[in-house]
Design a protein around this ligand. Structure first.
Ligand code: AP5
Length: 212
């Protein structure tokens, strides 16, 4: 099964994609996580992406398509994958179409619907673990101890792009550049809209149903 998650920043794509990856035993491929790793490692890609990400803009299509092409060629992605954060522009979606070729009958595109005002609150209270990638929410999914990861004990931090100004730009980019991607898949009858409001478990149930 090949699954694409589309949704505004903070809509729960990462949270749900991780669970789906476990339940379907296919890799969760998050372009945001891959870029953050590159930034942490100080690679050339990370050096180029860091200021763009911090400001809330989008990294260039050419760079992102190259990253995804390499990742989808890896052995674990041959049995299926969950894409979280890609494609984010129509150009990326067209390139992905060429990459997956004839396997389109296995493709499901899920659009998580969450209003902007809810997203702002979700993101403001998000805390992430830079070591194992676990994501928490201080109200809805808090760690046992306020500032430490339950899984690995690392100190939790807010993401640098979760500030008000970058968030405004990320939402703008979503509405202007990524919503047309939903239209692109709708025209191909591949889009399934999922209500992303309510507890994480309920959203997950809706997602599983929409995949049947
Ligand atoms: P990326 O990492 O993809 O960020 P994003 O799309 O802005 O999405 P987020 O990771 O912020 O949110 P999410 O939807 O995964 O929500 P989460 O599950 O964490 O990209 C970052 C940057 O990288 C981009 O801005 C861009 O610069 C660059 N980039 C990446 N891909 C690119 C591409 N293809 N092209 C160009 N540039 C690219 O949930 C959020 C919070 O809410 C958490 O605290 C969570 O615990 C909580 N929560 C989740 N679900 C619920 C629920 N149901 N109820 C209550 N709380 C919930």
């Amino acid at each position: 099964m090949q699954i694409i998650f589309i949704g505004p920043p903070g809509s729960g794509k990462g949270t749900q994609a991780k669970r789906l990856a476990d339940s379907h035993a296919i890799p969760h491929i998050s372009t945001g996580d891959m870029l953050r790793e590159a930034v942490a490692e100080g690679t050339e890609l990370g050096r180029q992406a860091a200021p763009i990400m911090a400001s809330g803009g989008l990294v260039s299509d050419d760079l992102m398509i190259g990253i995804i092409k390499d990742r989808l060629a890896k052995p674990d992605a041959q049995k299926g994958f969950i894409l979280d954060g890609f494609p984010r522009t129509v150009i990326q979606a067209e390139k992905l179409d060429n990459l997956v070729g004839n396997a389109k009958e296995n493709l499901r595109v899920l659009q998580l619907l969450v209003p902007d005002e809810v997203i702002v609150r979700r993101v403001a209270l998000r805390r992430s673990c830079s070591n194992c990638g676990a994501v928490y929410h201080l109200e809805n999914n808090p760690p046992a101890s306020d500032s430490v990861c339950d899984r690995c004990g690392t100190e939790l931090t807010a993401r640098p792009d979760d500030n008000e100004e970058a968030m405004r730009k990320r939402l703008e980019a979503f509405h202007r550049q990524t919503l047309p991607v939903a239209t692109f898949y709708k025209a191909k009858s591949l889009l399934r809209e999922v209500d992303g409001m309510g507890p994480v478990d309920e959203v997950f149930e809706r997602i599983e149903k929409s995949l049947q």
